[in-house]
Design a protein around this ligand. Structure first.
Ligand code: A3P
Ligand code: MG
Ligand code: MG
Length: 365
């Protein structure tokens, strides 16, 4: 390495025009569930079906029973690595070839959002092993403060998860007698936690870069256990009701772009957005087709998806060119500073390496 720190300035969105780089339709290769104790199960017990929450539901209810995941416990990308070890040992992925990148969808969303990110700093960890680059989110001081944030922020975070509890059922919707069915009504007595999850692991390609991503999927519209269910995956979101021009602009400029990137990356075709008021009451539901979101705001000139994908394509090439040490016991830090719009790549040597030994030995050649 010529130097231990290399920088990249994120171009402005206006500089990132031209053709849309190719993005392959994501293909799920396996899925797994996490239970209330965050134990992994290689099945789909964590997946549920969408059944609309009634308008008027209070998303702040039962906040005192919220069982929040311990975010100070860094899970790295262990669940992805362990799933790959499991698949290899059980021979469920014949012909599987290591991609160029392995990461979580949330990290790719952060990368894609960079041309429009003038506020949020972040830090990733990277390790190269047998040619593949693994990316994880680093727990910065700021991230570690999150559990101690103020009551109002905690409540708003809770309301997002409460919306999921109140919008899903563990059975097929057509087996229910409607909104009065006990399964539907009894949701309001359930506690909400953010420990249990359903995760999809899928492969895709951005430009020349093959990527394997893990993504948490909120629910499916119906057909829980059918093979083609990825077409029916749904993303659930909440937002404050839009009552001012400024609120509306902020929603369209930033939130809608993030919703779009998050779902597009994983090939999730639809998003259900619940608008709540300041007292937590659900006031309106709106369904979006992911692919149609850019068109909804295009005339306003707030953002163009091509800028995000052009940048991400270049960024992955930049990482590939500069993350050269191929050694699972070493790592790099990738740090974004919004004030200067720069990304720094810092070689750490034998520090903060995060590939689990089990994975390293299973995939040693
Ligand atoms: P919203 O979706 O209503 O924002 P996701 O939507 O990605 O499935 O995440 C579910 C919920 O987790 C979010 O609800 C929000 O409450 C919470 N959440 C996710 N990422 C967060 C973050 N970076 N900071 C705070 N809360 C977050
Ligand atoms: Mg989710
Ligand atoms: Mg969601």
């Amino acid at each position: 390495m010529e130097s231990s720190v290399i920088s990249l300035t994120v171009p402005s969105a206006a500089e990132l025009r031209g053709p849309f780089p190719s993005y392959h339709q994501p293909k799920e290769i396996l899925s797994f569930s996490l239970d209330d104790e965050r134990q992994v199960h290689y099945d789909d017990r964590g997946l549920s079906c969408y059944f609309p929450a009634p308008i008027g539901t209070c998303l702040f209810d039962r906040a005192d029973t919220f069982k929040a995941r311990d975010v100070t416990k860094n899970e790295h990308i262990d669940n992805i690595l362990q799933a790959l070890v499991h698949a290899k040992r059980s021979k469920t992925l014949p012909g599987f070839r290591q991609p160029q990148f392995v990461t979580f969808r949330g990290i790719m969303t952060k990368i894609l959002y960079l041309p429009y990110n003038s506020r949020e700093e972040w830090e990733l960890g990277a390790t190269r092993y047998n040619g593949t680059i693994y990316l994880e989110e680093r727990l910065t001081e700021r991230r570690l403060q999150e559990p101690f944030r103020n009551r109002q922020q905690k409540l708003l975070m809770y309301s997002g998860y409460r919306f999921e509890t109140m919008s899903t059922v563990p059975v097929e919707p057509d087996q229910l007698s409607g909104a009065d069915d006990p399964v539907v009504r009894d949701r309001s007595h359930l506690d909400t936690n953010n420990c249990a999850e359903f995760n999809s692991l899928f492969k895709t390609r951005l430009g020349k870069h093959s990527i394997l991503m893990g993504a948490e999927v909120d629910c499916v519209s119906h057909g829980l256990h059918k093979k083609d269910r990825t077409d029916r995956y749904l993303e659930l979101k909440t937002s404050r009701i839009l009552t001012s021009r400024q609120g509306e602009e902020n929603f369209e400029r930033h939130k809608l772009l993030k919703f779009y990137l998050q779902s597009f990356l994983a090939g999730i075709p639809r998003i259900i957005l619940g608008f709540r008021d300041d007292d937590g009451y659900l006031r309106q539901l709106q369904a979006f087709k992911t692919l149609e979101i850019p068109r909804l705001v295009r005339s306003k000139g707030f953002w163009e998806p091509v800028a995000c994908f052009q940048f991400a394509d270049r960024f992955l090439s930049w990482l590939t060119a500069h993350i050269t040490v191929d050694d699972p016991t070493t790592s790099y830090t990738i740090r974004y500073t919004p004030q200067t719009k720069t990304v720094e790549l810092i070689y750490l040597g034998h520090h903060e390496n995060f590939l689990i030994p089990e994975f390293v030995s299973e995939f040693s050649t």
